[in-house]
Design a protein around this ligand. Structure first.
Ligand code: NAG
Ligand code: NAG
Ligand code: NAG
Ligand code: NAG
Length: 360
């Protein structure tokens, strides 16, 4: 990965641009019923950052409450009819989706994130995403460089990931501490494919998934090496029934059945929150899996073991790097995932080759 210079001013390090609909009733209600909770010291930074923007009445809220408020404010409501695309999955009976589109990003991946955000802004109906930033500079850079429909950026999300990791997967946390000590590595900067810190980076998306689901919204989680060409939301609105198991999880086909039979690409998934198992599953993903596995293995193994039905998206509409290598066309593509490679330059080349690189 190419590291990105971080010379910019720090003053505007945090910013929240949410949808204008403040959930005032929720805030008041929460501030009445919430009790102060003791917080681990490493999460204070995140808390303080959020509190700066949520003054006074929230003094008694826990970190999770504050995070949920931030996510709720930025949640999207999408109707399946919002697109005129020729999606076969649109249905007139679809209920609107209340969802968060989340990216997890560190400084090393920033150009890819900016490219993905730019691709969304080129669509006819762009939306506002949420960035779970592993280091604060990600938020600063976005504040300085993304002028239109800037995403909501949560700084210091790494602190929360590490706190939860310490609590729920202590062996991974110990491994993290070891690597940090031995290699003087930092979760914030490391992006080298298959490095120890890279595993934390990619697993961090499972923490974002858990947080969004536990806050009561659908979660659309994508990696930063995704470029959007059309509106993907109609593909997620295929059913209005919360009990429709087949649509609890909708994911990109990773087209690699020899590795995982379910073929789920965990870097492009839509999870419904209102399913009886969604809270349990997203918590189990971080708490109960084989130590130190990557997210793709965790998601595929758990959902396979629990026999959770998953809908895979069609590969021509949602091609990954493997499909692109074979077919070399984005004619029908809704979103392109430049994966199946290891390095920033390869990802950039794939995106450029298909006219999907929108940065200078
Ligand atoms: C560890 O890394 C930090 C910055 O990444 C650097 O300032 C420090 O000198 C390094 N320490 C050692 C012992 O290499
Ligand atoms: C996913 O891709 C694999 C490999 O191309 C294919 O065999 C499989 O049928 C696909 N699954 C679905 C549900 O489309
Ligand atoms: C999640 O579900 C599994 C299997 O049904 C159960 O064993 C486990 O205790 C549940 N975990 C939580 C946190 O509810
Ligand atoms: C892919 O298609 C483009 C034109 O659409 C062409 O320029 C390029 O050479 C092709 N690449 C491969 C590997 O076939």
């Amino acid at each position: 990965m190419t590291p990105v210079a971080t010379k910019r001013r720090r003053s505007s390090s945090v910013f929240f641009v949410g949808s204008a609909t403040l959930v005032i009733a929720l805030l008041v209600w929460q501030s009445i019923i919430s009790r102060p909770k003791l917080l681990p010291s490493t999460t204070r930074a995140l808390l303080l950052q959020i509190q700066q923007h949520q003054p006074k009445q929230n003094a008694l809220l826990s970190e999770e409450d504050l995070l949920c408020q931030t996510l709720h404010k930025a949640a999207l409501t999408r109707h399946s009819s919002s697109s005129s695309s020729s999606s076969s999955s649109s249905s007139s009976s679809s209920a609107p989706l209340t969802a968060v589109h989340g990216f997890v990003c560190n400084l090393g991946h920033l150009p890819l994130l900016q490219n993905s955000l730019a691709s969304i802004q080129r669509l006819r109906e762009p939306w506002i995403s949420i960035v779970f930033a592993l280091n604060e500079e990600v938020c600063t850079e976005i504040a300085d460089n993304v002028k239109k429909n800037a995403p909501v950026c949560i700084p210091h999300y790494a602190d929360r990931v590490l706190d939860l990791m310490k609590q729920y997967e202590p062996r991974s946390y110990e491994a993290y501490e070891q690597v940090k000590r031995d290699k003087n590595a930092s979760i914030a900067e490391s992006a080298r494919f298959n490095s120890e810190m890279y595993k934390i980076l990619i697993n961090a998306k499972l923490y974002a998934l858990r947080d969004i689901i536990h806050c009561g919204m659908d979660a659309f989680i994508t990696d930063v090496d995704v470029a959007f060409l059309q509106d993907p939301w109609p593909y997620f609105a295929t059913s209005s029934s919360a009990k429709d198991n087949n649509h609890m999880i909708i994911a990109q086909n990773d087209t690699n059945p020899t590795q995982f039979r379910l073929n789920i690409n965990s870097g492009f998934m839509y999870w419904r929150h209102n399913h009886p198992h969604s809270r349990n599953l997203t918590h189990t993903l971080i708490s109960d899996m084989v130590w130190w596995q990557i997210d793709q293995a965790r998601v595929n193994r758990l959902l396979f073991d629990r026999k959770i039905p998953v809908s895979l998206l069609p590969t021509r509409q949602f091609p990954n790097g493997n499909v692109l290598q074979k077919h070399n066309t984005t004619n029908q593509a809704v979103a392109v995932h430049a994966n199946w490679n290891a390095h920033f330059e390869e990802k950039k080349n794939v995106l450029q080759a298909h006219n999907l690189w929108f940065l200078e």
